[in-house]
Ligand binder design. Structure first.
Ligand SMILES: Cc1ncc(COP(=O)(O)O)c(C=O)c1O
Ligand SMILES: C[C@@H](O)[C@H](N)C(=O)O
Length: 347
């Protein structure tokens, strides 16, 4: 069983079936197909406001292109030091903004705080020609630590962001997992909390390769079509992207998938944390677990065929990341826990 990432999964059968069904006959290319046109209405209804949605193929593209709309080349983007846009996108945000600077903040459990953001902005050098100019804030929901911002935390961050005339971007590669945990509506988790633009993830939660940028203020979206085209993310056969997103939302498939992934993570974390000597690094709020495991246990798990990442290699203990997904089976959770227990009893 592969707990390395939710990127390792196949495609949800409902989405694969929809792709086969969409593969009939011709369709107008470059987003003028019927499925892509339906997305605007579907997602405006889902978010209870008029949104402008642009399908793209990867989360990195969604993030860096969204940031390019809200950040000038001389701008500063404030984010957590462990943010995916800072650690794992190979400079794409800096590239697509034309050179903007990521200004990182520390924060417990993968989250930045409104207080720290306000303090950093107070000395940011707004109007000083020698300094990059504050332009955007980016948070990840659910975070790279597997935690989730509460609505109050988001509201506090947006209050600071907007009081400084900045825009707030949310990296929602795992937005569905966070939404299930929050138990609120998509509107409450985004624009009603002050979010300006959302990278809406679907790939990790059942899509083949489908993400989207969602603007909650249509005027912000004016240049995005050109930016998307020149980045190579305007698919000629866009119907095969839009069909995935349509199906992902249809009959709450996205929430069912995320609910299962989160349930499996919670079960795995609870059972591992109950084993004497094992300790979680962060509270598990979505579908990612960060836990310290003895090297002897890690070796045995690898030998038994389990796959996952060492997140911070240590001495006798290493921090590992375990990620569950829509297709994680309870039997795999049980087998992982039994292997850990049997190894610890022996050693
Ligand atoms: C938090 C987060 N944001 C963005 C991405 C980027 O997605 P992609 O790999 O599709 O570029 C990932 C990838 O797993 C991620 O974990
Ligand atoms: C790059 C890697 O971290 C990926 N974003 C994941 O979560 O699996």
């Amino acid at each position: 069983m592969n707990f390395g990432s939710d990127n390792v999964t196949g495609v949800a059968p409902e989405i694969m079936a929809a792709l086969v069904a969409a593969n009939q006959g011709a369709a107008i290319p470059y987003g003028d197909d019927e499925s892509t046109h339906r997305l605007q209405e579907i997602f405006s209804q889902l978010f209870e406001t008029e949104v402008v949605i642009f399908p793209v193929v990867t989360g990195s593209a969604a993030n860096s292109l969204a940031l390019s709309v809200i950040t000038p080349s001389f701008g500063a983007i404030y984010c957590h030091e462990d943010a995916h846009i800072n650690q794992d996108e190979c400079g794409a945000p800096e590239f697509y903004t034309g050179g903007a600077k990521l200004v990182t903040l520390k924060g417990e459990a993968g989250k930045i705080s409104a207080t720290d953001l306000a303090q950093r902005l107070a000395t940011a050098g707004t109007g000083v020609v020698h300094r990059v100019q504050p332009a955007a804030v980016s948070i990840t929901q659910a975070t790279e630590a597997g935690t989730v911002y509460s609505l109050e935390e988001i509201g506090a961050i947006t209050q600071v962001t907007h009081s400084h005339n900045l825009k707030l971007h949310v990296d929602g590669a795992r937005f569905a997992n966070a939404l299930v945990t929050l138990g609120c509506t998509p509107a409450e988790a985004t624009w009603k909390a002050g979010v300006d633009v959302l990278s809406f993830g679907a790939t990790k939660n059942g899509a083949m390769a489908a993400e989207a940028v969602i603007f909650f203020q249509p005027e912000l979206a004016k240049t995005f079509g050109y930016r998307r085209k020149r980045s190579g993310h305007l698919l000629s056969k866009m119907r095969f992207l839009s069909t995935q997103l349509e199906t992902y939302i249809k009959e709450d498939l996205w929430l069912k998938n995320a609910t299962h992934a989160n349930l499996m993570a919670n079960r795995l974390a609870t059972e591992l944390a109950a084993i004497p000597g094992l300790e979680l690094r962060y509270p598990v709020a979505a579908n990612e677990i960060f836990i310290y495991l003895p090297e002897t246990v890690i070796s045995e798990l690898f030998a038994e065929g389990f796959k996952f990442y060492r997140w911070e290699p240590g001495g006798d203990l290493s921090l590992v990341r375990l990620v569950t997904a829509f297709d994680t089976e309870p039997e795999a959770i049980a087998a992982f826990v039994e292997t850990v227990k049997s190894c610890l009893i022996v050693s």
